[in-house]
Design a protein around this ligand. Structure first.
Ligand SMILES: [Zn+2]
Ligand SMILES: [Zn+2]
Length: 262
């Protein structure tokens, strides 16, 4: 099984389980490598349940380092950082403070709209869905151009509630893939979409094919919010990756990537 690089512990507020519990579960599931990627939001967004700033405290880091030294699998330090254009500089300063192995960038917000919150799903019916996709992927491209991130989280999160443009939007996906390739940003094959109304891995097979044709590298993530989620549906994710032609995945150490076979 490939590494699971998208794991939230109780430090993420919306998740359950300690790092120890995740490591235990990962070993049971025979994963060779995992990475913790807590939510980091460096901007106060009105009405959003997360705290504006989730610092990774020194106790967290110390605990991580102790566990890493003693775990019988590779354990990496990552983060899932919200890309919010106006705080780009702040993100850069924050990332330099911690010894991350990799940094995942995510677009969860279009302005103040939290696009993956069930309580704000009604926005999709009010807006032009093609325009929404354009806005979402324009933020994805800005995320890449910021050069702050190694990995793009759940690349087509915007499909979460099953809203898709009625007309062909492959050009939007193509441009996003081109930008990811240009700035060396990996795509995350994230299985949490299977647990959402869209009932589909992020990215879709169509998008993953496009990413592969642009030589965009991939990593895998369960987006675990509790220990049982670790490595969830990875067999299906690997199958999808292989189906579109991937034979390798990335592993990260101190923000340098290597390729390993899948
Ligand atoms: Zn996310
Ligand atoms: Zn996440």
């Amino acid at each position: 099984m490939p590494a699971d690089y998208h794991i939230h512990t109780e430090a993420s507020l919306d998740a359950k389980g300690s790092m120890e519990e995740y490591i235990r579960k990962a070993k049971q599931k025979k994963l060779g490598e995992i990475g913790f990627s807590e939510h980091i939001i460096l901007h106060n967004i009105e009405g959003h349940p997360y705290t504006p700033y989730t610092p990774i405290k020194s106790s967290y880091l110390q605990n991580f380092l102790n566990l890493k030294a003693n775990a019988e699998l590779f354990v990496k330090l990552g983060a899932e950082v919200d890309f919010i254009p106006k705080v780009t500089e702040k993100i850069g300063i924050f990332l330099r403070e911690f010894p991350f192995d990799y940094v995942i960038g995510a677009v969860h917000f279009i302005d103040n709209w939290s696009v993956d919150s069930p309580s704000q799903m009604h926005e999709y019916s009010k807006r032009n869905v093609l325009k929404v996709y354009e806005e979402y992927f324009s933020l994805v491209k800005r995320l890449c151009r910021s050069r702050l991130f190694d990995i793009l989280a759940h690349p087509d999160l915007i499909k979460i509630f099953g809203f898709k443009p009625k007309t062909d939007f492959s050009h939007i996906l193509g441009e996003a893939a081109e930008t990811m390739a240009k700035y060396n940003v990996c795509a995350e094959i994230n299985t949490s979409g299977l647990r959402r109304p869209c009932q589909e891995i992020y990215p879709s097979e169509q998008f993953l094919k496009i990413l592969h044709s642009h030589n965009v590298a991939v990593v895998f993530g369960s987006d675990a919010h509790e220990p049982n989620d670790v490595g969830r549906n990875f067999t299906q994710a690997v199958k999808l990756a292989k189906k579109v032609g991937y034979t390798k995945t990335c592993v990260f150490n101190q923000r340098r990537r290597d390729f390993v076979k899948i």
